[in-house]
Write a protein that binds this ligand. Structure first.
Ligand code: NAP
Length: 243
């Protein structure tokens, strides 16, 4: 049987690494991208291989469209096909509205919104019926319970329209496009013992952080057989922060 191939951006740590491990456990060959954490990406590659899959680590700056397209092309060339794209790489600068610079706004839009578009466009050229695209958004695209996150929320909200548009563009070819909105998730970006963690927990219905593995489980559902009829939608894994 032909093995399915996934490309996960920002797979060197956090949610992306958890998605790579989970898809490997589900029988995928997995390519991951990273920006600077080459050794950590190599460790994730080894974990995927230990699970029985083929794996590939590719350095690709998410703000550079050429590097993103090259990562897609290299995945197809070396792993043979592309069934699932998970656009996850992200950054989380925050701060008072008056301090936000245009350079920060441009970087957020490039890394989150433009990168997702470029990756989806490049991936779609290679995808066949039964393939799927999953974007990692944020609960802050749905509800912003604290000040200081305006530009980040704006950059993640763009993924809502992108997801719906792609669902219509690619649906006739049997390709799905969906969005997973994590809430506070215990990673280096937002550690569960960080200075703002107690306030973040207070805003959730469950009173806790999510784990990267819980977010990865939602991605695995959308990427797997069970999610074949789901497209153009957003799935929140946020401990009820948007409830
Ligand atoms: P993380 O632990 O900081 O990991 C970020 C990943 O993205 C790393 O693999 C990093 O690569 C990569 N990356 C960052 N900037 C990049 C760039 N410019 N080009 C290429 N790769 C880049 O973050 P995380 O918590 O797992 O977040 C993953 C996604 O979930 C992000 O889109 C984030 O916005 C979203 N999210 C997170 C939370 C949360 O509470 N953690 C909540 C909602 C949404 P290197 O390791 O090489 O730097």
């Amino acid at each position: 049987m032909t093995r399915r191939v996934a490309l996960v951006t920002g797979g060197s740590r956090g949610i992306g690494a958890a998605v790579a491990r989970r898809l490997a456990a589900d029988g995928f060959d997995v390519a991951i991208t990273y920006r600077s954490a080459g050794e950590r990406a190599a460790a994730v590659v080894k974990e995927v291989e230990a699970a029985g899959g083929r794996a590939l680590g590719v350095r690709a700056e998410a703000a550079d469209p050429g590097e993103l397209v090259a990562a897609v092309e290299r995945t197809v060339r070396e792993l043979g096909r592309l069934d699932v794209l998970v656009a996850n790489a992200g950054i989380a600068p925050c701060g008072a509205l008056e301090d936000v610079t245009l350079a920060e706004v441009d970087e957020l839009l490039a890394v989150h919104a433009r990168a997702a578009f470029v990756l989806a466009q490049a991936a779609a050229r290679h995808m066949e019926a039964g393939s799927g695209i999953v974007f990692i958004g944020s609960s802050l695209a749905e509800r912003v319970p604290y000040a200081g996150w305006t530009a980040y929320a704006m950059s993640k909200s763009a993924l809502v329209g992108l997801t719906k548009g792609l669902a219509r563009d690619l649906g006739p070819r049997g390709i799905t496009a969906n969005l997973v909105h994590p809430g506070s998730t215990d990673t280096e970006m937002n550690p569960a013992d960080g200075p703002d963690a107690d306030e973040e927990r207070r805003h959730t219905a469950l009173g806790r952080y999510c784990s990267p593995e819980e977010v990865a489980a939602a991605v695995a559902y959308l990427a797997g057989e069970g999610g074949r009829a789901v497209t153009g939608t957003a799935l929140s894994v946020d401990a009820g922060v948007t409830a």
